[in-house]
Design a protein around this ligand. Sequence first.
Ligand code: AMP
Ligand code: MG
Length: 357
Amino acid sequence: MKTIYETIDPAEVDTPRAQAILEKAGEIIRAGGLVAFPTETVYGLGGDAENREASKKIYAAKGRPSDNPLIVHICALDQLKEIAAEYTEDMGRLAQAFWPGPLTIIVNSSGLIPHETTGGLDTVAVRFPSHPVANALIRVSGRTIAAPSANTSGRPSPTEAAHVRDDLDGKIDMIIDGGHVDIGLESTIVDLTEEAPTILRPGYITPDDVKRVLGACRIDPGITQENTHVRPKAPGMRYRHYAPKAHLTIIEGGRQQVLKALATKAEESAAGGAKTAVICSAEAAEALKAKTTGIEIITIGAEGNDDEIAANLFAVLRKCDDDGVERIFSESYEDGRIGGAIMNRLIKAAGHDIITV
Ligand code: AMP
Ligand code: MG
């Protein structure tokens, strides 16, 4: 299949040119085809959420396990009311506070969304994205759009159209390039089908944000760092994920000790013949470049700038793959509002290999 490649400036979705592209994309969705598009979190791979064949195509294009459900994207609250078995006050509160935005809500299914989309579950994940291109595409298509991240299953999520092209060129009908995404981490998932609201996947909206709105919020014990033996509720959180091809080790501890350990371990690895990279803040990069040779130093953002680090995380992991890196050492980034969400991804990418110095 030849993949159509189009560009839309998110600030200009209302121009006739953008509208023409969106019309064409909407036609593809209505015909059961697949369109990759930017959202505020990561790029999504979209198909008609009510079309079983479209959902099957999404799983096939990504190589995604069929028990890992898709998130259904909407552009109006009424669509949630049709998808959910019952519309509750908590749904209204979350929608009011965080939609459109980077929050996914798990609700009991009315049966409208087929099992091919929900991975066989009787619950559905629903999100109302704020990205102008995503919003316009859902509206123009006249459908709700099932869209997982637009990457090959297991690879780091795509934060630029080039990442989508690397993974899915020739496998999907269209890619809409809307530039680099804002947030760079997938949406926060809140499950409203349990007794208490439960975070199944951390993201830009934090547990405290949810607690402020609903009065309570717990975190799925399966996703906390201490409980590696507990099964996460979200099927997608059970798989090895976000992983670069190279083995990644996180080094945490006092600043000076971490810098020293990064330098020694990376040099040892390079001396052993492995192409080696260090992922670190701009400040640490300065220090390491002066101290080391023969190591690729990749800057992830300014020290302590969690928004910037989140936005660059997946691109940095992909760069390691592109450069043929075989061994990676990284600082840890738990500081700031979304440090927890960043570390959730990084620790998975490292297969829980963490050294404390
Ligand atoms: P992705 O769209 O690729 O970011 O993945 C969607 C995430 O949402 C995966 O981790 C899924 O397992 C999770 N998810 C989707 N639907 C449900 C559901 N009904 N219950 C629990 N988790 C879900
Ligand atoms: Mg994904």
